[in-house]
Design a protein. Structure first.
Length: 318
């Protein structure tokens, strides 16, 4: 089972949509995003998105979190002792790199350079968190704080990241047409740097567009919820049931993102009896198990007389 998902960014009111297609090809992605009305789209490096950006007037941001995840996985493949040794005395290496005094063909030196780049990216994420904290949920303030931290700090940090990875590309990658590839098959450094270079132009989009999220981790965290269906017969038994699960999880997770806790009552209010019964029809037995989990977590609360809580928003989040 494949799972597509899309959600609004941090500037907008939170909403998420899941979809379980039979294919993950470019045409399936195109159909899923056909009604998308957005100025920016933050995505990972999957090539299936390219069709969207060719046909829609939307600005692309390549996800920085996926970049870091790929870097971390490649670092795990390298010798752990070598990585530990490389973390020492890194402060002066960037200046030596800028003045072309580093031999990046040396594996240990290349690892040291990658660690510097990783640290710079971590600081960029800290800047993004700081902007969110200072904005305190106000979209206008979030835009203002993003403009400030990105201009005053993150732009210089990312310039250093680009300097490092571009220099490594000269040693570990080769450009074939418009695509970078590792000079040596399965070489960790070359494979990671090729990934960066192939998306290089779209990683810094966020620096000049404060409405744009630097990563899509808000979406990735929600994806963990629906991923459980990949291994269950409930979702895999038929395309229709897969769609049912996707629709209901879209409602549930969007409710959670908006701070709604009493989800059963919210579904009754928002969609009425038919929506609630439609949820039951996914599968009676599975529904009862999920209903029990909701009750155990206090999500299906009633008053002292056993009646449902009043249909007020405050009852959803108490």
């Amino acid at each position: 089972m494949y799972v597509f998902s899309k959600c609004t960014g941090e500037i907008s009111e939170p909403c998420i949509v899941f979809y379980g297609p039979t294919s993950r090809g470019a045409e399936a992605i195109k159909a899923f995003l056909a009604d998308m009305d957005a100025d920016f789209l933050t995505v990972d490096g999957y090539s299936g998105y390219n069709l969207i950006f060719r046909e829609k007037d939307v600005i692309r941001q390549n996800c920085l979190s996926h970049l870091v995840q790929k870097l971390d996985r490649k670092m795990e493949v390298l010798n752990c002792d070598l990585v530990a040794e490389a973390t020492q005395n890194c402060s002066a290496l960037l200046e030596r790199l800028r003045s072309n005094q580093l031999d990046l063909n040396d594996t240990q030196t290349a690892i040291q350079a990658m660690i510097i780049g990783r640290d710079k990216l971590s600081t960029i994420f800290e800047n993004e968190r700081y902007a969110r904290e200072m904005a305190a949920g106000d979209p206008t303030e979030l835009i203002r704080w993003r403009e400030t931290v990105r201009r005053e700090s993150s732009a210089a940090l990312f310039a250093d990241v680009d300097t490092i990875f571009s220099a490594l590309a000269e040693c570990y990658c080769e450009c074939k047409g418009s695509e970078y590839k590792s000079k040596r098959s399965s070489e960790p450094i070359g494979m990671f740097i090729a990934y960066y270079m192939n998306g290089r132009e779209k990683f810094p989009t966020f620096l000049t567009n404060p409405q744009c999220d630097a990563d899509n981790m808000l979406l990735e965290r929600s994806n963990r919820v629906i991923s459980r269906y990949r291994s269950t017969s409930l979702a895999m038994r038929s395309e229709k049931k897969s769609l049912d699960v996707s629709i209901m999880d879209s409602i549930i997770e969007s409710a959670r993102m908006n701070g709604i806790v009493n989800i059963k009552q919210y579904m009754l209010d928002a969609g009425g009896y038919m929506l609630y019964k439609g949820y039951q029809k996914i599968e009676e037995r599975a529904f009862k198990k999920f209903e029990a989990k909701l009750d155990a977590a206090g999500l299906g609360r009633t008053d002292e007389n056993g009646r449902p809580l009043q249909m007020l928003r405050r009852s959803y989040s108490d």
